[in-house]
Design a protein around this ligand. Structure first.
Ligand code: GSH
Length: 209
């Protein structure tokens, strides 16, 4: 499999964690977001949305990180990324969507560029915007997370695939994760696991380009 992504992209980082948790080998193909490569004709053949990641497996091209992760979970069921029981699955997905649907999209590069280009917001206002939406989402998660080591029990799953990249982004914009104790606890637990360590942005080949 080829994973087309960018080291700092949280959606790419999610898929790297999922592939690593499943023990799946893949080749990493960097797409430089700062150079706009995601909007080039070549990359749009993989993802017409002009967003990373895209996963290519033979003739199959998949986009949208959650669709990719759920497909991986269905085709490689062990270890499971979602609980088997329907209600527990729905609850796990609710946590996942908080991050992937309600936090990350409003701080995406194209949204921030639009805010700056169309409305002239300053760098300071941009950082305030990012922190605001992360804080809102993280405060809700603090109310919902169980005391178990991970969101759905003894093993990390789809939620942790999304949370750790969001934490990386929060810290990049100066937020202190220790202010969110349940999230902090999960971050520390994931920080011990090779699948998460290897997926970190600083461990990707394009982090030094
Ligand atoms: N919902 C999509 C989001 C993908 C996405 O937002 N990717 C970002 C990086 S995390 C991107 O490619 N941004 C490029 C841009 O905004 O131009 C997914 O989960 O795959």
């Amino acid at each position: 499999m080829d994973l087309h992504g960018y080291f700092r992209s949280s959606a790419s980082y999610r898929v790297r964690i999922g592939l690593n948790l499943k023990g799946l080998q893949y080749d990493y193909c960097p797409v430089n977001l700062l150079k706009g490569e995601q909007r080039g004709n070549d990359y749009r053949k993989l993802n017409p949305q002009g967003l990373v990641p895209a996963l290519v497996d033979g003739d199959t091209i998949l986009t949208q990180s959650l669709a990719i992760l759920e497909w991986l979970d269905e085709t490689h069921p062990e270890p499971a990324l979602l609980p088997a029981e329907p209600l527990a699955r729905a609850r796990a997905r609710a946590l996942v969507y908080n991050v992937a649907c309600d936090i990350q999209p409003v701080q995406n590069l194209r949204v921030l560029k639009y805010l700056q280009g169309e409305y002239g917001i300053s760098d300071e206002q941009k950082i305030g915007w990012i922190r605001h939406w992360i804080h809102e989402g993280f405060c809700a998660l603090e109310q919902q997370l169980n005391p178990a080591p991970f969101a759905t029990g003894e093993q990390p799953g789809l939620f942790e695939c999304c949370l750790l990249p969001q934490i990386y982004s929060a810290e990049r914009f100066g937020m202190d994760i220790a202010e969110y104790p349940a999230i902090h606890r999960i971050a520390l637990a994931c920080g011990e696991i090779p699948a998460f360590i290897e997926a970190r942005p600083e461990n990707q080949p394009d982090s030094t380009l």
